[in-house]
Ligand binder design. Structure first.
Ligand code: TXA
Ligand code: MG
Length: 335
């Protein structure tokens, strides 16, 4: 177990003084939970192995699960990774934004960040507050999602405090995150064979269009060993609430009315014909962006409410629906 602090983490509002304080804390090697447009991250100086070690301790994260390095400008990419033309094309198209690119690693990035791999995952977030903090700190920031290992990612500062309040001291509040799902991860170590490692708001079709070639779906795991080699940490015991989650095909004739009030039903869009205290919807009218933004918050809410089971309807279609359904499947995967 990570060491517990006696006081709970402080949530800092967005003021120039607070940002200066938190930037100094990062430069000193301390951890700061930060908002991004996808989910909140737990940040440390990516070039400081000791600081990054604290991330693993605070999260209870195995050393085999590598971290994403966040940069402040695409020109900083070459300091941490070895870019290729394909990576630069994607950076131009989707950065700043919810896309992480895996490339060969530069020696400046300590091995603890990449879990000993010779590759590194890099992202340039668009969240204005994150970018201001990073500019003040002047360093690349290693940051996984700011949740205890294995639990649902945080989309508000309060979610971070609920999960890590006793393990960390500083949380910067940037409001609820706008996207709500972790970034898309694409492996571009071999630029001729791009491979999607984690679906997100940037879709596989968008990547293929920007690159002008097919992008393999690396999320279709054949074996556990195979998956672990491709994207360590992407094994399915991830993003899971404590409550068992059961999935239903889109528009399946679910018998919500027949199950007891101790089971929750999470529809993709607000159903017209069923109602009740245990009936919930990911979005009012079936809008994918709204559903993605809401997903993790509602899973936490249902988990805390004490239901014995959460029934969840998969999102229809591809694109962002693939990312939502990936997270729902992880939530439903048995430990
Ligand atoms: O949206 C996001 O990506 C958020 C925010 C904070 O940026 N971060 C995030 O980090 O979701 P995390 O640690 O929860 O997920 C990072 C995943 C790892 O579990 C691993 O699967 C993959 O990124 N990864 C990191 N480095 C890699 C590498 N060198 N090769 C393959 N996969 C890697
Ligand atoms: Mg995570």
């Amino acid at each position: 177990m990570p060491p517990k602090r006696t006081r709970s983490a402080r949530i800092y509002r967005d003021t120039p003084r607070n940002l200066a304080r938190l930037a100094a804390a990062l430069r000193r090697g301390e951890l700061v939970a930060v908002p991004t447009e996808t989910v909140y991250g737990l940040a440390a100086n990516a070039l400081d192995a000791v600081a990054c070690g604290k991330i693993f301790t605070a999260k209870g994260r195995p050393a085999s699960d590598p971290l994403i390095v966040h940069i402040g400008h695409w020109r900083e990419l070459a300091a941490v990774a070895v870019p290729n033309d394909a990576a630069l094309r994607l950076a131009q198209e989707f950065w700043p934004g919810p896309l992480t690119i895996v490339l060969p690693k530069r020696p400046a990035v300590p091995g603890i960040v990449s879990a000993g791999l010779d590759s590194v995952a890099v992202r340039l977030p668009s969240h204005p507050l994150f970018r201001r903090l990073q500019r003040l700190a002047g360093i690349p920031l290693a940051a996984p999602s700011a949740n205890p290992f294995g639990y649902v990612s945080p989309t508000t500062a309060q979610h971070v405090r609920d999960g890590l309040g006793k393990q960390i001291a500083h949380i910067l509040d940037g409001g609820p995150t706008t996207i709500g799902l972790e970034s898309t991860i694409v492996d571009l170590r071999d630029p001729r064979h791009p491979r999607l490692l984690r679906p997100g708001a940037v879709t596989r079709a968008q990547l293929a269009q920007a690159l002008g070639c097919a992008v393999a779906d690396g999320t279709k795991r054949k074996t556990v060993e195979h998956a672990a080699q491709l994207a360590p940490g992407m094994l399915s015991r991830h993003y899971s609430p404590r409550t068992p989650v059961e999935l239903h095909a889109p528009l399946a004739p679910v018998r919500a009315r027949l199950s007891g009030p101790d089971e929750a039903w999470l529809f993709f869009a607000q159903p017209r014909d069923v109602a009740g205290k245990n009936i919930f919807a990911l979005s009012e009218h079936g809008d994918l962006r709204a559903a993605a933004k809401r997903l993790f918050g509602i899973l936490r809410q249902l988990d805390d409410a004490g239901y014995t089971r959460i029934h969840a309807e998969l999102a229809p279609g591809g694109g962002l629906a693939d990312a939502i359904n990936d997270r729902l499947r992880r939530a439903a995967s048995r430990r």
